[in-house]
Each structure stands twice: as structure tokens, then as C-alpha cells.
Design a protein around this ligand. Sequence first.
Ligand code: BG6
Length: 467
Amino acid sequence: MLLPSLYSLQAEKLLPDGMRILGTARSDLDRDAFVQLVADSIHERIPANERDDVALRGLIERLDFFSASADNVVSMQGLSGKIASLRNGDVLYHMSTAPKFYGPACQALAAHGATGPGTRVMLEKPIGKDLASAIAINDAVAAAFDEERIFRTDHYLGKEGVQNLIALRFGNSLFEPLWSARHIEQVQITVGETVGVEGRGDYYDESGALRDMLQNHLLQLLCLVAMEPPARFDPTAVRNEKIKVLRSLRAIDRSNAGTESVIGQYTAGASEGKVVPGYAEELGRTSRTETFVALRAHVDNWRWSGVPFYLRTGKRLPSRSTEIYLQFRKVPYSIFGGPAATDMQPNGLLIRLQPEERIELDLMSKTPGLDRAGLRLSQVALDLDLHEEFASARKRIAYERLYLDAIEGNGTLFVRRDETEAAWQWVDAIADGWHDIGMAPKPYPAGTWGPSATVSLVDRLGHSWRE
Ligand code: BG6
């Protein structure tokens, strides 16, 4: 996603003039080999009809490469010298590597004078694997960069659909009066993926769905749905509201993990019409790592008291879909007798972020007819297809936005230290709870919506998943 994003920004002339891009890795590449790697990646990801040789050449002219390793002082000194020789303005470091290297790499750069004013660092998720490791990484990075210069990426925040959720909530007066426990019965946040672990088994098996997806992407979505209106769309105001939501999450721990959560691991099955192996077969060994998690969360504050927030995510589910569904409360009293009374469904608002963006409002409507046996009602949807509405707009990669914001130093769509740590604290209690009560993932065949217990998780309160 990174190189194609830089290419697209180059093609639209959005990268600052004179900006250089210096790749670094332990691999012993030279500039030519790096350029080849970049060109190959762009050929692979950008469709031929959207590729433009002038733009590719423009990007290539900016490139350079220097091989270095965070634990090799001489190489880091060389890298810092290289940066100094190329530098003609601010510097943005983007660390897209294992999080355990963030601290050492930042400190090595600091030791060679490469982290002063005008430098910023972008860090990929996950920041650690639990609260303790996140604190250690954050401390180590903080020794080299002030918080305002640290840009923790959650690429979901760079997605157009996610920002549109903010626009929908705070650009319309229609929803706010309804946006609370008074009118909302339940909220569902689903991030379904059809892919398996895609050759990332070693990372994923250490992590699982809870740490890989829920700690970051799903909790960020939950924050944007549940937060109070920020005073401004700026880094401090938005993040101050998100952290309050994270701190209001009711704990799920050993006392209730068994009833408030479900975990699963996919077995062989069918995905997108193809027979696919189970997780253990892909990994080559048995494992207790969950590839699916569903939770019933509660935001314990005035606005949301009593409203369940159902969160679920998993690999090898039936469809790739990211959606948020808010179900409104039933009408207080039905004036219709006869069959219409049973036709009645609660209103719902569906905000679909992926694969296509759409907003759907479920309403009750009269079913056309003369109603001799009594009036009938049907559920109909007000359906806004944003893809069609903005058909001329190019579908962007999240990193295009994130890179530009980080280059300009705008942290609104990045995660602040306290958010990451609050999210880990909540997630750690869940993981410890599973461990303490010996909860193992239940098998689910690839191509299904997780173990059957997922249905009971919502059914217990009379709810059902929106499929
Ligand atoms: C990443 C996870 O953060 O997000 C992956 O590590 C996951 O496991 C990916 O597949 C999903 O992102 P997207 O943009 O495809 O929804």
C-alpha cells in the first residue's frame, strides 16, 4: 500500500517539490535494486490504464536507498549521514517494520543527531503486543521525539469511509438527537475478511484477531461512533473525545470473558468459491490463536449506558465487509393491529465502509394493496451509494491521505499515545481473562460467520446480527 500511495501522490503532483524518498532496510540493496523493487510493486498494484511513465520517472528520481540495521552503530551513523546529505527541509521517518525495532531505531537516529526539530516519525500498528510492551516502545520513541512529532498509524483512519463517518455524524443535525441510548437499541461493528493469514503466519499467530484487528481498527471505529462531538476537527479535540470513550469501556476480564466474548479459529472450508485449508494447516502446526473474535462491549457513560456494542472480526468469513449498524428502538406502541403488528421492524442505520461505501436507512413502509385483511408493512431502505454519487472521484489508498497529513504534521487521523495504551489495557484484560479461564477458540469452517456461539452472544439480549 505504501509505494503505490506515493506513486499516486506523485502522479497528482501532491508531493512537495524537492522531496526525497530514502528507503532503508537490512537487505543489502543498492539504489538500482531498490528502484526496480519500487517499479515492480507499482506495476503490480496500479492498473496499466492508470499508470503513467512520467509520474513513475518522477517518483524514481526522488528515490535513494541506504542499507542499515538499528543494532549496527556504524550503519546507523552512515544512514544519519546520508539523511543529512539529502535533507533540504523537514524529515518524516516511516517505520514499517516489527515494533520491537521502533525504540532502538529512534534512539540510534537520535544518537546521531537525526531527530531534532523538523523531524517526525510515523509508526505502524501494532504498537507492541500488550500494555507493557506498548509503554516500553512509547517511552523509547518519546526519548527521541515529542508526542506532537509521533504519528501512530491506524490505516483505517485514512480510509475515506471512516472519515465519512465523522462527516455523517457531525455534518448533519439529523442524527445527533437520536444518537444515544434513548433511541439506539444496539450497535454492531463488523470487519469481515475473506483472506486467511496470507503468509504472515508467524506474526499473526503471536497476535490473533484481538490484537491484530480489534485493539486498533475496531476500537477506533467504536470511538468514532460513540464519542461526543469534538469542538473542532483538530488533533487535540478529536483525540480528547476518543480517549474518553476508551476509558469508559466496561472491563471484560476473567469474571465475564466467557459470556461477553466468543473466539474461533477457521478450519478447512470454502472461501470465494475456492476450497481453502484451515488455519492450523496453513500454519503447519496446531495453535490456540483466534482468527475470529466477537465481543459484547459496553460504553459506560450517560450517552450509551445499557447499549451493547457488538464487535466482530475474523479471517475467512463469507465476505469482505466493514460496516457499522445502529439499530434504533422499536416504536413505543403500535397503532396497527392485525398482521402489521408482526411486520414491524425497528429502524436501522447501516454505514458500510468496505468494500463499497454506502449508507442505508431502514424504514417501515406500507406494502401497496387494498388491505382487506389488514394493513401490511414492509421494511424498505433509503440507500445512498456513495460510490455512484461520487463516481468521478478516484478510490484512494488510505496511505495517500495519511502520508500527506504526516508530511504536513497534522495528527488528527493518527493515534495518540494515551489512546494506544488505553486500548491495550482493555484488550489485555480480555486476553488474560481467556487465558485464566482456559478459553480456547472454537472451530468454524472457512466461509462462515464464526462459531455458532456468536449467534447466542447477541441472541441473549433478543438481538440478531445484521447479515
Ligand atoms: C491490518 C491487519 O492492520 O489490516 C491485517 O494486520 C488485515 O491482518 C488488514 O488483513 C485489513 O485491512 P483492510 O484495509 O484490508 O481492511
